[in-house]
Design a protein around this ligand. Sequence first.
Ligand code: CTP
Ligand code: CA
Length: 230
Amino acid sequence: SGAAAGLTDLAGRSVVVSAGGTREYLDPVRFLGNRSSGLQGYALARAAAARGAEVTLVAANVSLPDPAGVKVVRVETTAQLREVVVAAAAAADAVVMAAAPADFRPVDVSTHKIKKAADGSSPAIELTQNPDILHEISTQRSRPGSVIVGFAAETGDASGSVADLARAKLARKGCDLLVVNDVSGGAVFGSPDNEAVILAADGATVDVPHGSKGALAHVIWDEVARRLQD
Ligand code: CTP
Ligand code: CA
């Protein structure tokens, strides 16, 4: 991989990586969130910087130190993540969406802390769907020839196997590569390791054996680098 060869194959390239999980606030102190640690996104940012890229890391609620030589922009909500990623994607050679944006957000955000009702009743939370950032940047590209990468954790269900669902998701999103984790055996959050299959829109499939998130990051950049044009 690029790491072993000490390549600078991303020199002169500008890349954007998103990491972590977004929070959707109910009131000033409470939110709906998820367990994404940001480790894979940070490994991607470090690997790209090591290969010479100019890296913007958009971090959603990650408690990890800023990687050296990387521009870090911190966000909390999916709306903020979208704003920063869409703006940065316009001039980027590659974008990797390793973040886990919340799929839904509360319709109403209370400006004051929600209190328990005197009658013991519980509030209902109405949700609305968040915009799909990966779909937006993949289908409205201002930089032709850019490479856009998504992630998916799938278990397979009655409607299809992990491979079927992943191929369908790749087509639906319109991205160039989809990094698929089979989490049928139970998702592992915050693990230093990962194992994945990379599906390409050009039909290729790359199996990445169990290894560190840094090793997976380098295989992803190998696949991105060889698809970058001019
Ligand atoms: N993604 C995104 N914007 C969203 C949701 C997801 O950009 N609002 C990106 C993720 O960062 C990831 C990819 O889309 O790279 C796939 O995320 P996933 O949650 O698997 O896709 P969804 O379309 O939300 O499908 P699902 O119903 O399976 O959660
Ligand atoms: Ca989702």
